[in-house]
Write a new protein. Structure first.
Length: 128
């Protein structure tokens, strides 16, 4: 038996606005659209590698109880400052300016998306 993890699903308030934030603002691509009787979903991801996010909104009265919570979504970046600026220009809320954290080997920037999910842009520091 093989087990793998698929896209993480996030409930969003406005699916169209969230899609624009992640696609137009951050440069991710739509990889799939799913419509069911109760839920409309858009899956976004990088064209090169990494994890996928499933942005979802309820079409009918919510039949699925949402429990638990998400601490943050870590996003590998090759330019944390540029991605931080792109997220702000797309409507994100700044949480922490890009800063070097040598103890973990990354430059880190934090932004909340349109629904308040914390995005952590992590740029790996060059090793010497």
């Amino acid at each position: 038996m093989t087990l793998s993890i698929g896209p993480a699903g996030l409930w969003v308030n406005d699916l169209d606005a969230s899609e624009r934030f992640y696609v137009d603002g951050l440069g991710l691509e739509v990889t799939a659209r799913i419509e069911t009787e109760h839920v409309s979903e858009v899956i976004v991801a990088s064209s090169t590698a990494g994890f996928q996010l499933m942005l979802a909104r309820s079409i009918s009265p919510r039949v699925i109880e949402v429990v638990g919570g998400i601490w943050k979504i870590f996003m590998f970046s090759d330019d944390a400052e540029a991605d931080f600026a792109r997220a702000l220009a797309a409507g994100g809320t700044p949480v922490a300016q890009p800063a070097v954290h040598a103890n973990v080997g990354f430059k880190i920037a934090l932004v909340e998306d349109l629904d308040g999910y914390l995005l952590e842009f992590g740029q790996r520091l060059a090793t010497t």
